[in-house]
Design a protein around this ligand. Structure first.
Ligand code: BTN
Length: 234
């Protein structure tokens, strides 16, 4: 198994993604860094990521391979890790994992020196959220009223990530897309996607080979959206 071949457990760090950046050239592919607390956790688009004790804040060093599909691969792996507990979260494109409509995990990939740092923030046993996040974010603990053993969850996640990362390396794109469809909150939903220069409103038809969302506008025009902020409308 590549994922977790080397493992660092930190009680506290600013960001596990930044920690991996520092050891990038001296550690093998699949190295995992987990922190109990992040003091400057990073989210997408320069946002902060709330990272108190109780969460699983984890970064994995991967090598370049169809990078645009790495977040999708990670999303599938997170969902599959939860299937071991009969919990079925849903992937909200591009990178959010939802349970009961609330965000319970997020994914941030960064590229450095031709390597990919895959960061996953999973709100496992987080007990409470600040007021500005409460509406949209939750944890597995809050949603299921059960406490999760982080070490066992870590094993499930590494196994699922390893399996799906291997599929990605072997270019089994259709297999990954089929898994994404199964775990997705998107198909058939009405969405509004904000792009830097315009916004797209339409119905989600599918995902494409690059991980782009295929959306049909009200005038039946088809868009392939590679990146953007997406809001579910129904
Ligand atoms: C998002 O949804 O905005 C992405 C959140 C990613 C958070 C994780 S926690 C582990 C890793 N280290 C970070 O600083 N960020 C990612």
């Amino acid at each position: 198994m590549i994922i977790g071949s080397k493992f660092y457990h930190l009680t506290e760090t600013n960001s596990t993604n930044d920690y991996v950046k520092q050891i990038l050239n001296e550690t093998p592919e699949g190295t995992v860094v987990v922190a109990d607390v992040q003091t400057a956790g990073k989210g997408r688009k320069g946002r902060a990521w709330y990272s108190p004790e109780g969460g699983m804040w984890m970064s994995v060093l991967l090598h370049q391979c169809q990078n645009y599909l790495i977040p999708l691969t990670a999303g599938v792996a997170i969902c599959e890790a939860f299937h071991n507990y009969d919990i079925t979260p849903a992937i909200k494109w591009p990178n959010d994992i939802l349970l009961n409509g609330k965000k319970i995990a997020g994914i941030l990939t960064e590229i450095n020196d031709n390597k990919v740092i895959l960061g996953m923030g999973i709100n496992l046993n987080v007990r409470e959220f600040p007021d500005d996040l409460k509406q949209r974010a939750s944890s597995i603990l809050l949603e299921t009223k059960k406490h999760f053993d982080t070490q066992i969850f870590y094993q499930h996640l590494c196994r699922a990530l390893d399996e799906n990362y291997m599929a990605l390396k072997e270019e089994q794109v259709e297999t990954l897309l089929a898994k994404w469809r199964k775990n997705s909150a998107m198909l058939g939903r009405d969405v509004r996607i904000e792009l830097p220069d315009r916004e797209i409103v339409g119905k989600v038809l599918d995902i494409d080979q690059q991980g782009g969302l295929i959306v049909m506008r009200a005038d039946y025009g088809i868009e392939h959206v590679i990146a953007g902020d997406c809001r579910l409308l129904n």
